[in-house]
Write a protein that binds this ligand. Structure first.
Ligand code: 8Y4
Length: 281
């Protein structure tokens, strides 16, 4: 059973794990919105590096969903992502758009810019599910408890694994009912989104059960996150690279089909070594 993820332009073969490279769009205070603004050039150069390093998918986001991030209006979010998407859409690589907003999804889907909608709110925004259903995009449905602005203030679960599993199952059911075929859907437990370190560890340890119970591919995003920092006592995200690679390998070994990472080169190297040593080629 080799899973495939059906997206707008690409059918992504998940018989080997895939790497989603993170392209964060840095706010540019000097931007005139023009094609040659410094931040656009930097963003595209970064995307090019990620591809060179072995990324299989690029994930583009214009609104930070970190705890305590500043509010970004939909207008600003679109201003940030539009020029990047317009360029990357011509690169023949699957483009994922990280957004929670139906209006942003609609604009990007109308322009034919994206292959995948990566939504940390699992298409809960009004109209989002219908929009995706009317497109042929793939989608990643992620679990979050609360909202980015308050999610890390004392998250509580009775049974985190059970609650996340039930939530995602219900979202899948609704998506299918709305007309989104199951082969377009991947699932994500949402590490760090309204979860303590103990919750994150419990979810990671139950990945095999989660992946078999859904029969849908799991995407895992732990790159440079606080949970890694807590395990290795590193406050600075850039110092969490090795810890993040270890967690990505663990996730893959426990059933994750896609890992969302900042450090594509290091992650791909580690995955290649792991693959050679596993020797079931
Ligand atoms: C340092 C580095 C500190 C990164 C915090 C962060 C996920 C995601 C994010 C995820 C999926 C982040 C958009 C949070 N995380 N999408 N997005 N899964 N599908 N924080 O885990 O990277 S943003």
């Amino acid at each position: 059973m080799s899973a495939r993820w059906q997206t707008t332009r690409f059918t992504i073969d998940l018989s080997r794990p895939k790497v989603m490279g993170i392209v964060n769009i840095t706010p540019d205070s000097f931007s005139d919105g023009g094609v040659y603004s410094g931040s656009l050039k930097n963003t595209l150069a970064h995307a090019e590096k990620l591809l060179h390093d072995g990324a299989d998918i690029l994930d583009i986001g214009g609104e930070s969903t970190r705890p305590n991030a500043d509010y970004v209006s939909p207008e600003i979010e679109w201003q940030r992502v539009q020029p990047v998407l317009a360029e990357l859409a011509q690169w023949n690589v699957p483009i994922s758009l990280d957004t929670r907003r139906a209006v942003i999804m609609r604009l990007a889907l109308e322009q034919g810019y994206v292959d995948i909608i990566n939504d940390v709110q699992a298409l809960e925004d009004e109209g989002a599910m219908e929009l995706v259903a009317q497109s042929s995009a793939g989608v990643c449905l992620m679990h979050m408890q609360g909202l980015p602005e308050n999610m890390q203030n004392n998250p509580v679960y009775q049974d985190v694994v059970d609650e996340v599993a039930r939530y995602l199952s219900e979202r899948v059911r609704l998506c299918e009912q709305a007309g989104i075929a199951l082969n377009r859907i991947t699932l994500d437990v949402g590490f760090g989104f309204g979860k303590t370190l103990a919750h994150n560890i419990a979810l990671m340890q139950h990945l095999p059960q989660l992946s078999t119970s859904y029969a849908l591919p799991l995407l895992v995003g732990v790159s440079r996150k606080r949970m890694i920092g807590e395990m290795i006592e590193r406050e600075i995200p850039a110092e969490r690279v090795a810890g993040s690679v270890a967690a990505a390998l663990f996730a893959i070994q426990h059933g994750a089909k896609i890992v969302r990472v900042h450090d594509v080169r290091e992650t791909v190297d580690a995955m290649k070594v792991w693959q050679h040593l596993s020797a079931k080629n």
